[in-house]
Design a protein around this ligand. Sequence first.
Ligand code: PLP
Length: 359
Amino acid sequence: MERVYNFSPGPSALPLAVLEKAQKELVCYENSGMSVMEMSHRSKEYLAIITEAEKSIRELMSIPDNYKVLFLQGGASTQFAMVPLNLYVNKKADFINTGMWAKKAISEAKKFGTVNVVASSEDKTFSYIPEIDESKFSPDADFFHITFNNTIYGTRFTTLPNTGNVPLVTDLSSAILSEVIDVSKFGLIYAGAQKNIGPAGVTIVIIREDLIGHAMDITPTMLNYKTHAEDGSMYNTPPTYSIYIAKLVFDWLKEQGGVVGMQKINEEKAALVYDFLDNSSMFSGTVVKKDRSMMNIPFVTGNEELDAKFIKEAKAGGLVNLGGHRSVGGMRASIYNPMPIEGVKALVEFMKKFETENK
Ligand SMILES: *Cc1c(COP(=O)(O)O)cnc(C)c1O
């Protein structure tokens, strides 16, 4: 069977070149005589892999020296609890509520302290990024949390709140490595891997060193950033194979011109879809223009039956996983880094054809 264009929101498509490299090395990695999956995480070969992976992501994101990069497990969802457990000193945090992931983060933080929701876009199904009134910020908050790119609704922060001395924390799961991010603006960045980094199983945390070491007394050892920072993400067995694939993805990204090069391609890809949506008489985007995501593009025809027909026919044409999230319906095209521009062009061509045939 031929490979399809996979518009899945996550786990999502990986670069074909990465899969082929992994396939070649699957049974026997270099001169080790075994698969990476079978190796001790403390072996010389594996230490070279994880060291190289960290070096690459530092280079790709220009991560300053006073930040640690941790390779953890438990997905972005575990970070919803780990962030407050480690950062709560006054037991207070500010959040912007931009959707389901933000809400989940808020509900975990509430288990350990007080949450102040500074702004929300829930009134319009999270179809925009709310205006922020700085007078509502808590000056004594331990952190200020935003969900940078909202995977389900297709919104994205284009300007960051000015939080002064309060560390800005972001869930970057669906936008990491897709555009240039100034890491120094953040106290902590976390991201599950299965969108722009690699296969599910590894979670990347980028944390400013001064934020490590203040965890609440109740914090379990495995949920303390200090544990992992001190042991180079080797306190226990890390998700070895996922990290290995992430390393291959980082190598591939460098070949695309790094994050700067990738951002250009992503801007071009997103513009192809949005330009079509803005000129279509059948399809329309659901997000306020200025807040549109480059990674997740939700759209509708305005007719549920027609949406269902579109999704079904697109699938038959090799364009798969275009259904919107169950909470919002319609369609969503997730076009992460590995989605080639040819896939986006094929989608737009298909939409044009569908529009003509179903006038
Ligand atoms: C996918 C996603 C999550 C959930 O990630 P898990 O790794 O499954 O816990 C959280 N936040 C955002 C923004 C996401 O896109």
